[in-house]
Design a protein around this ligand. Sequence first.
Ligand code: AMP
Length: 292
Amino acid sequence: MNSKTDGTTPTVRTRLELLQQVKAWKQAGDTVGFVPTMGALHSGHLSLVEKAREKATRIVASIFVNPTQFAPGEDFDTYPRDESADLAKLASVGCDLAYLPTVDEMYPEGTLTNVRVESMSDVLDGIYRPHFFYGVTTVVARLFLHVQPDVAVFGEKDYQQLQIIRRMVRDLAFPIDILGAPTARDADGLAQSSRNLYLTPDERRNAGALQAALHRAAMRLSVGVRPSIALQEATQLLSRSGFGNVDYVSLVDKDTLQDLPDEPLRDGMVARLLGAAWMGRTRLIDNISVTR
Ligand code: AMP
């Protein structure tokens, strides 16, 4: 293990080194919390580490920009990478170890074996990024087998991903508790995202409208407005606020992610409202809980 004394988190880059450390911790009676990331860390990621620390005595974060979840023409090559800043940030929230595998370490013999959570991966973002969730579940399954955590924390910012991973863990009986963490936001409501770095200053000023549009639609739904009307109003608000293509604004079952009938929500019902829209060349996603 590469232990550093300069205020950064110790790193390991191979599965073997990781296993040795995790084994030693478990033998000493520690529990292991895990936070998978693609780096370019912001306070949303750090809140996940803090949540993991409430549930486990040792925390591993991984930083791996996973090629199998990017389609040709997406931003794999340009995805922001800043390892030393990330390690300092992880140290500031008490992360015990950063796992920084190479592509070869994660996919030593390529990708013949894949994990696919059917149906949930093919709706919402899955329509616009058909490869995406299959890449995510494949790499998260491999990371789970490498790290062998007791608990893993994922952000509600990527709500569809969180629900798909919950389902994968149930279906494959991974002995891991999956925790969701609330979305960390900037002051104007914009969900923090590594990709926000792509926004120009003008785009950044307008981007808060995504959360505002979802929030407004959630309010309308909560007083019994029909989904088709509330969703159309949200789409129009996004277009008026400087968003280009609106990929979707959808109201779905909070667990299965399947569409709900176009009827006012019943009293006490909890659903999830999700949206994805383009601000210039940057695709932003967000979501919010809706209750009647
Ligand atoms: P990423 O590095 O974008 O793949 O994200 C790694 C983890 O951080 C995922 O579980 C995300 O859902 C979570 N995450 C990303 N942005 C936020 C945010 N603004 N608030 C909370 N969690 C987040």
